[in-house]
Ligand binder design. Structure first.
Ligand code: BGC
Length: 466
């Protein structure tokens, strides 16, 4: 086999297109909602639940994708799972854009969800497994960044496609075929994960990949390290680990953060953004334009968070950000609180101040993007000791996706039943509880070794050192 040198930046970027696609696929629905509601005649209370089902179907599919991807990627390899995800992204975009019944639409979105669930898990694993140690952190955050860029791209694309006619929502969903095909093509050019190859006893192939990534000398060293870490992994505790008393506190922190990240409504806001802005009393085009601004704020603040996380620390970012989230959500609730006399007089849904709704939503997204958004994932990767990490992260990730799917499912019903003010009040109260949770339970992990953290975070087995 030829020893063409591989550009690791290109390899990581290729894998990270998975992040871009999943971000795009998740939020593209926000532009589609106003139109499928009409097309599939989703009226009344039953219609609200059906709309919630149509929007959250991607999330339910992602749960399944999540559960399957780990096993399949161990059996078939990381690259094959990513290739399958790319193919499913293409298929889902085609089927959803052509759907003429709600059932076909939901089925197509579930297929997309399988791809999302697989990509969200396996793209970062693949990058971490192929990147040289000294560049790993940066290259893995690239994937995070691509997710928020994908979210932003979908708001842009929806805005540009809004005026293409009555099939606009089909185009919004369908354009994803192009980046997904590109993903498929580029993936075929990158090698299998060397770590997986070693797991399968294919050391020669692994060495070949490692040589192409870092040169012959480094390849030998990396191969050694992989073998060592695999030997250490044999002491992995499996599912029983979750009930281990030693990790009770870290498990509580992980599950708590995963819960609060979703119950405070980020994805309800992202998946229904133009609908929310329309409730605030603006026109459709305005609502789509405002979504673009929100997407850009999310990208910029994620970059700020990546920059701040090792300087300021995780806990200060969480405290500042979650406070901002609570204040913003309560402000949205207040802004939506229609004066009784206005409500009677006005036929259209009036708010005390539509500008304030926009500003507060921007404030909420900015606060989320510098805190719970990225920091939760960083903490998850840090607080568990090696031998518990894999299984604990899968469980916390699954729990996070479950809460997300549930929140986006009930949102239309909640909006009709409690009204926007009541809905955002609930989110605001959860954000206040999240702040309390962070203050009481979260410990700083910045610049500390895992061994130091273990002393503080884990309950000691028997003897208590001084
Ligand atoms: C969350 C996603 C969310 C995204 C928004 C992530 O940290 O886990 O559910 O859609 O942030 O940027």
């Amino acid at each position: 086999m030829g020893q063409r040198r591989l550009n690791i930046g290109f390899v990581a970027l290729t894998a990270a297109i998975g992040g871009l696609l999943l971000g795009f696929d998740a939020t593209v629905i926000s532009g589609v909602v106003p139109f499928i509601r009409e097309y599939f005649a989703l009226d009344g209370a039953g219609g609200d639940l059906k709309l919630g089902w149509a929007v959250s179907s991607l999330g339910w599919g992602a749960l399944a994708g999540n559960a399957l991807a780990g096993v399949l990627s161990d059996r078939l390899g990381r690259k094959k799972v990513l290739l399958s995800a790319a193919a499913l992204f293409v298929l889902s975009a085609l089927l959803a854009s052509l759907a003429t019944t709600l059932t076909a639409f939901v089925a197509a979105r579930i297929v997309g969800g399988l791809a999302v669930g697989a990509a969200i898990l396996i793209a970062p694993v693949y990058i971490a497994e192929i990147a040289p140690a000294q560049r790993r952190g940066g290259l893995v955050s690239l994937n995070q960044l691509m997710i928020v860029i994908g979210i932003s791209a979908s708001f842009f694309s929806n805005y540009f496609l809004l005026e293409v006619g009555e099939n606009n929502w089909r185009w919004m969903l369908g354009v994803q075929v192009f980046p997904a095909l590109l993903y498929l093509l580029l993936l075929s050019l990158i090698p299998e994960s060397p770590r997986w190859l070693v797991i399968k006893g294919r050391d020669e192939q692994a060495l070949d990949v490692l040589t192409r990534v870092g040169g012959a000398a480094q390849a030998q060293e990396s191969l050694q390290q992989i073998r060592q870490s695999l030997a250490a992994k044999n002491v992995s505790h499996g599912w029983r680990a979750l009930f281990d008393r030693r990790i009770r506190l870290v498990m509580l922190i992980a599950l708590g953060l995963a819960f609060f990240q979703q119950i405070t409504g980020i994805n309800a806001i992202f998946y229904y953004l133009p609908t929310i802005f329309a409730q605030a009393g603006g026109g459709v085009a305005d609502a789509f334009r405002q979504a673009v601004i929100v997407g850009l704020v999310n990208v910029v603040m994620t970059v700020v968070a990546i920059w701040l996380i090792d300087r300021l620390g995780r806990k200060p970012l969480l405290v500042i950000g979650v406070t901002g989230m609570a204040v913003s959500l309560l402000t949205i609730a207040w802004a939506f609180n229609v004066e009784p006399n206005q409500a009677v007089a006005g036929a259209a849904p009036l708010t005390t101040n539509p500008q304030l709704v926009l500003i507060a939503i921007i404030g909420f997204v900015a606060s989320f993007a510098i805190s719970l958004g990225p920091v939760m994932w960083v903490l998850l990767s840090e607080i568990f000791p090696n031998e518990y990490r894999g299984v604990a992260i899968s469980v916390a990730g699954f729990w996070n996706a479950l809460v997300s799917a549930s929140v986006t499912f009930v949102f239309p019903w909640e909006l009709s039943t409690l009204g926007p003010a009541g809905t955002f009040l609930v989110y605001g109260l959860f954000a206040s509880a999240a702040l309390l949770f962070v203050l009481v339970f979260v410990r700083e992990t910045k610049g500390r070794t895992l061994e130091e953290l273990e002393g503080e975070l884990l309950s000691r087995p028997k003897s208590t050192p001084a």
